[in-house]
Design a protein around this ligand. Structure first.
Ligand SMILES: Nc1ncnc2c1ncn2[C@@H]1O[C@H](COP(=O)(O)OP(=O)(O)OP(=O)(O)O)[C@@H](O)[C@H]1O
Length: 690
């Protein structure tokens, strides 16, 4: 029998495993030689064909495209084999396939490896059968195959390997994939080392989200460090691998709150074999939908004072009702009667068109009505002369034509805001800042979302169907309005929404619970809500420190369950105000000496961050790129990021008061730290920390 959890198997099996690893490595080396030779030949061929195309020879363009495709394929295979050389696989499953009546032993790796280009020797982690490794327990079970029937199996063994630099360090048989020992080993490494290895330790509850079907909406509430971003990236990789015929990478769009987060996320994608996925900030996706004419003349501003009201469902629903009424008034559905031809288009005909196309904008509906009108006129003029028919068609050509009003999104929005203001004296003053700002073409994210809805309902001429999957990270930082609008403006799209209400840094506008989103927007039977409670990022000591703050941030509604990994307790460095900069320099030097790859000094505001940058003589203030070394950031910009070591600058009562709003900010700051947390103080720490 193979060794129990955590024991190193010093027996025949070990020898067999060593031999197997050797044979895999030599196959990979052979593959690399083969693909290198092919790549060289392919490059020569492409260069020659390129010259031929320039000279305009024969069918060289078609040949060039075909050769470029083959070259790309070869380069891909070469990259995968090279990557597999250090760690060809991380898991193995032995099972009887009861559906196809066979016995299988599959080695699972980050990259699928084949022999003679056809025989699978190592199975890609995204392949359907690999889900057995992550999800099934020993014994009878099933695994899911996209768009096919489940396969019935009897699982005998699940084995996890610890392989580094092509050397087998150990293997463990366990019912649970990637037992805690291996997980903790990975988590104890520095940030960079961890990224590439996660597929070996993906947990069951994470795997369920990664492999859930694409034709549904998913909301994930996960505590800080529970792997939401990680799961989102793996899900994209999984869906593109398994639904290759259905989705192209450019149909995926990742939405985040700021460029730093998007930059951080996108840096992880190539590692997972994903290229060309789109990314946009939340406040950029609506202007993108609104189009170029809009982008030229507007400015996005931070949330205006009325943002809390505008972020709520009640506001966007009122806007939608207003727009429906606007449509109805503009269309005025009544029989259209011609003095000579009689009824040319009946109200019933128009009602029917509206019934079957409820999502068309006013302009699209008018186009449809005009087309129906024209075809009815052609029919009614069958017996008439061509000139008569032509004259009638011309007469009714633009019967429905609201474009003559020259409405714009902002003019309609102003009309709506003014209607709201008319509702009561109170609401007039409630929206005055927004009205003033909109007149100057300055919009916050909720205004641009509203404008996008207006375009969708009234002014849109062509559907926008370029996205099929939208993935929102740090989703709690935005209110329901943006989700309502996103769903309406990209109707064929499915959403994966990742967030943590305890980290809502925009307390008044963002999401402090998921109820309305779950109940009102993503309420289809197949939509799912997942919870991730385990945190993989922080040491126990840091998690417990964060836990105290969390209690105050969200009454402990979603508690953290840390993976057992110990580190140093958070350390307080205290000095008087004049001496604190010197103490900071000393602390930074001390943590740098520990060879941490990423260190962040986290400040309450951007102004303080600028101050600290000058203390540390750091000049890359406006760079939105996440990088190794020391970064100084205001807490708002640290959302979604993580660092080996975090140094908190002055987390005292004046900066983080004892209220849920500031508790959430402090919770975010603390939970950015993987291994060490330091606090620099010239006063007593915030009571949130006591
Ligand atoms: N199954 C896993 N095995 C190993 N490491 C993991 C696993 N899941 C997550 N991690 C690691 O835990 C850390 C946190 O993951 P991630 O940033 O995805 O969490 P998050 O939920 O998005 O966090 P936050 O909400 O705080 O931004 C990362 O270093 C990630 O690599």
């Amino acid at each position: 029998m193979a060794g129990k959890k955590g024991t190193w198997n010093m027996n025949q099996e070990q020898k067999e495993e060593l031999l197997h690893l050797e044979s895999c490595l030599s196959l990979i080396q052979e593959n690399i030689r083969l693909y290198e030779a092919r790549e060289q030949a392919g490059r020569k061929e492409v260069t020659a064909l390129f010259q031929a195309v320039k000279k305009g020879e024969g069918d060289s363009y078609g040949q060039l495209t075909a050769s470029q495709n083959i070259l790309e394929h070869t380069q891909n295979a070469l990259r995968k084999n090279r990557a597999a050389l250090k760690k060809p696989y991380f898991g193995r499953i032995d099972y009887d396939d009861l559906t196809y009546e066979s016995t299988e032993r599959l080695y699972i790796g980050k990259n699928g490896i084949t022999k003679n280009q056809t025989d699978v020797v190592i199975v890609d982690w995204r392949a359907p059968a690999a889900s057995i490794y992550y999800e099934n327990e020993l014994g009878h079970g099933f695994y899911y195959v996209p768009e096919a029937d489940d396969v019935e199996i009897d699982l005998h063994r699940k084995r996890t390997y610890d392989i580094s630099d092509g050397k087998l360090l150990g293997f463990y048989d366990d019912d649970v994939a990637a037992n805690d020992e291996l997980l903790v080993k990975y988590l104890s490494q520095n940030k960079e080392a961890v990224l590439g290895d996660i597929i070996a330790t993906i947990q069951k509850e994470q795997n369920e989200i990664i492999r859930d079907i694409p034709s549904k909406n998913i909301i994930v509430q996960g505590v800080a460090g529970s792997g939401k971003t990680t799961v989102a990236l793996h899900r994209i990789s999984y869906l593109l691998y398994n639904y290759e015929d259905k989705y192209k990478p450019a149909e995926f769009c990742i939405i985040g709150g700021n460029d730093m987060l998007l930059n951080y996320i996108s840096s992880g994608l190539p590692e997972l074999d994903v290229k060309n996925v789109r990314q946009m900030r939340m406040d950029a996706i609506f202007p993108y939908f609104l189009g170029n004419h809009f982008k030229k003349s507007f400015r996005i501003v931070p949330d205006l004072p009325e943002a809390p009201l505008k972020s709520r469902l009640s506001f966007v629903r009122k806007l939608d009702a207003f727009l429906k009424k606007w449509q109805e008034d503009a269309l005025s559905i009544q029989d259209i009667t011609d003095p000579e031809l009689g009824v040319v288009l009946s109200s019933a005909n128009m009602e029917e068109a509206r019934f079957y196309h409820p999502d068309l904008s006013l302009f699209q509906t008018e186009k449809l009505f005009n087309e129906r009108l024209a075809s009815r006129i052609r029919f009614l003029c069958t017996e008439r002369t061509p000139e008569y028919k032509k004259a009638k068609l011309l007469n009714y050509r633009k019967y429905f034509d609201s474009s003559r009003h020259k409405w714009t999104e902002d003019s309609i929005y102003l009309a709506f805001l003014e209607t709201l203001s008319g509702e009561s004296e109170e609401s007039c003053s409630l929206f005055s800042a927004t009205i003033e700002s909109v007149r100057k073409k300055r919009f916050d994210v909720y205004d641009v979302a509203s404008l996008a809805l207006i375009k969708k309902r009234i002014l849109q001429k062509k559907e926008m169907d370029e996205f099929s999957q939208i993935i929102v990270d740090e989703a709690q930082d935005f209110g329901e309005t943006v989700y309502y609008v996103l769903k309406e403006i990209f109707p064929p799209c499915f959403f994966t929404i990742m967030g943590d209400v305890s980290q809502n840094i925009r307390y008044e506008t963002g999401m402090n619970d998921w109820e309305s989103l779950k109940k009102a927007l993503f309420k289809e039977e197949r939509d799912s809500f997942y919870l991730l409670a385990k945190s993989y990022r922080n040491t126990i000591e840091i998690s417990q420190y964060a836990g105290k703050v969390l209690e105050k941030a969200s009454q402990g509604s979603y508690r953290i369950q840390p993976v057992i990994r110990h580190g140093l307790p958070p350390e307080i460095h205290r000095a008087d105000t004049a001496s604190l900069p010197a103490l900071l320099l000393e602390t930074v030097d001390a943590v740098k000496a520990k060879n941490f790859e990423t260190i962040a000094v986290v400040c309450r505001t951007e102004d303080e961050a600028a101050e600290v940058r000058s203390i540390l003589d750091i000049t890359d203030a406006d760079s939105s790129a996440f990088h190794n070394g020391v970064m100084v950031l205001p807490v708002m910009l640290t959302k979604g990021l993580e660092f080996d070591c975090v140094i908190l600058w002055k987390p005292d009562e004046s900066r983080y008061g004892n209220n849920p709003r500031e508790a959430k900010l402090l919770y975010v700051a603390i939970t950015r730290a993987l291994h060490e947390l330091h606090l620099m103080l010239d006063a007593d720490p915030s009571s949130l920390l006591l």
